[in-house]
Design a protein around this ligand. Structure first.
Ligand SMILES: C[S@@+](CC[C@H](N)C(=O)[O-])C[C@H]1O[C@@H](n2cnc3c(N)ncnc32)[C@H](O)[C@@H]1O
Length: 162
């Protein structure tokens, strides 16, 4: 069989989700940004959420929405050669301004009250923080990360529906 000559528009993908999210509106807002900014999938860990009113684009109907029961469940389903990137205000994290986003990765955000926690951070391949002395809303933080990725390496945005 000959080699495929097909060229793909992108050399990578990313997913984004929240560990033990507490506020349903934040989840919907993150899903909406994720779809608009080119995520390949979205997920929640620790809680099953149905559609959210803040997700006006109905991201769940256009890209896969996965549920994982806990961090171990999530971690055991990370795709081959895909980095898990912790997004957290943490002394071990590097400044997103200098961060080179991997072609294939999953951005993991923490819950509104306690964030990601040290044990989860330890398991993540990369760790990044965003500028500021106070923590951002989790959906805002995720949206900034996705914009940063798009501004640095581009990606495939969904076509506008007519
Ligand atoms: C509201 S914050 C959690 C704050 C929590 N009270 C704490 O002090 O750890 C929720 C999530 O948003 C993300 N986040 C917010 N601000 C951030 C920042 N400046 N850098 C990186 N992640 C941030 C992280 O994923 C965080 O776990």
């Amino acid at each position: 069989m000959g080699k495929t000559k097909q060229k793909y528009p992108s050399n990578g993908y990313f997913g984004i989700g929240i560990l033990n999210a507490e506020n349903e509106q934040n989840i919907g807002t993150l899903w909406r940004s994720a779809y608009i900014l080119g995520a390949s999938f979205i997920f929640t860990i620790g809680a099953k959420y149905k559609k959210q009113s803040t997700d006006v684009v109905k991201a769940w109907s256009k890209i896969p929405l996965y549920y994982y029961s806990d961090f171990e469940d999530f971690y055991s389903h990370v795709p081959h050669d895909c980095k898990v990137v912790a997004v957290e205000m943490d002394e071990r994290a590097g400044d997103i301004i200098e961060y080179e986003h991997p072609d294939r990765c999953i951005y993991l955000l923490g819950c509104e009250s306690i964030g990601l926690g040290g044990k989860v951070m330890d398991r993540c391949h990369d760790k990044i923080f965003l500028p500021g002395h106070y923590s951002l809303n989790v959906a805002v933080a995720g949206s900034v990360v996705m914009y940063d990725r798009y501004s640095k390496i581009g990606g495939v945005l969904p076509k506008k529906e007519t």
